[in-house]
Design a protein around this ligand. Structure first.
Ligand code: AAT
Length: 279
């Protein structure tokens, strides 16, 4: 009889996602977190940190495109971009699709995430070898403090708010990002599930709208993340994404993001819109 192996992420104390696996490719405890790479029947390879799915071969494009292209398309001329976290390289790959980009800095706290992604996720991590990429293995909070007024766009691709990522969801970090951005700079952060992280989303939205003149919330469908519906929060010192002319958006090689979707993104379902209105 064939052994059946299943992986379950307990996304909340009472609910999870489960997937049949064909094999385990890697397991280690890094200085920061436990890291596993497993091969699943449905979503291909999965990168798991501290028991939580970070990325999978099949649906990674949604998260990486949607964290990247909304802010990058709103900025008129993004040349210097910072990615905080994101050691798998997926956001960097998307950033480099914008021809204006001259330098993309990756600030990932755990160098082992970068090395293991290079080995097991070449289609995601391959862009890390591009000559425009500068890899810094460091805490994003310290990097932000040390680089004032340098960046056009800052993208926060962080783990859930536990361990080293706790500070990445707090107001002083967003204030630091504001200061690390140039005068027309834009930030976007991944901000978890509108089903399971409502207080966090409302708090982050309030913090970002208290710091940046423009704040916008949008969502995307990511089947392997908790609840399948994911949120992103944008803060802009300059342009409002609502004022972006669709016809001016650059033609990008993407699978989820597209110009017609851009404006629809900011029309939120009521239970998500409420999170931006202090409800
Ligand atoms: N694109 C991959 C998706 C991720 S990975 C998030 C990364 O953030 C991890 O590699 C982690 O090591 C890094 N990280 C955590 N804290 C810090 C910090 N303080 N500074 C820099 N990097 C950090 C995230 C997916 C989230 C959603 C999963 N459900």
């Amino acid at each position: 009889m064939d052994m059946e192996l299943w992986y379950t992420e307990k996304q909340t104390p009472d609910h999870g996602i489960t997937s049949k696996i064909s094999r385990t490719l890697h397991h280690e405890q890094t200085d920061f977190q436990s890291m596993d790479v497993i091969e699943t029947k449905t979503f291909g390879r999965m990168l798991i940190l501290d028991g939580m799915v970070m990325t999978t071969d099949k649906d990674e494009f949604v998260y990486h495109e949607m964290l990247t292209h909304v802010g990058m398309s709103t900025h008129p001329n993004p040349k210097k971009v910072l990615v905080v976290g994101g050691g798998d390289g997926g956001v960097i790959r998307e950033v480099l699709k914008h021809p204006s980009v001259e330098k993309a800095v990756l600030c990932e706290i755990d160098g082992r995430v970068i090395e293991v992604s290079r080995e097991y996720f070449p289609a995601i991590a391959g862009a890390l070898s591009d000559e425009r990429v500068d890899i810094q293995v460091a805490d994003g909070i310290q990097h932000i403090e040390a680089h004032k007024g340098e960046y056009d766009v800052i993208l926060v691709d962080s783990t859930e708010p536990v361990g080293p990522a706790v500070g990445l969801f707090q107001k002083p970090f967003y204030q630091g990002i504001y200061e690390a951005l140039k005068p027309d700079g834009i930030m976007v952060a991944q901000t978890e599930s509108p089903w399971f992280n409502r207080e966090l989303i409302a708090q982050v939205y309030q913090d970002i709208s208290g710091i940046f003149p423009v704040a916008r919330l949008y969502t995307a469908s990511i089947p392997t993340y908790p609840s399948g519906l994911w949120s992103f929060t944008l803060g802009s010192k300059g342009k409002d994404p609502l004022d972006v002319e669709m016809s001016q958006l650059p033609e990008l090689d993407t699978k989820y993001f597209q110009p017609d979707l851009f404006h629809a993104l900011f029309k939120l379902p009521r239970f998500v819109e409420g999170l931006t209105q202090g409800e």
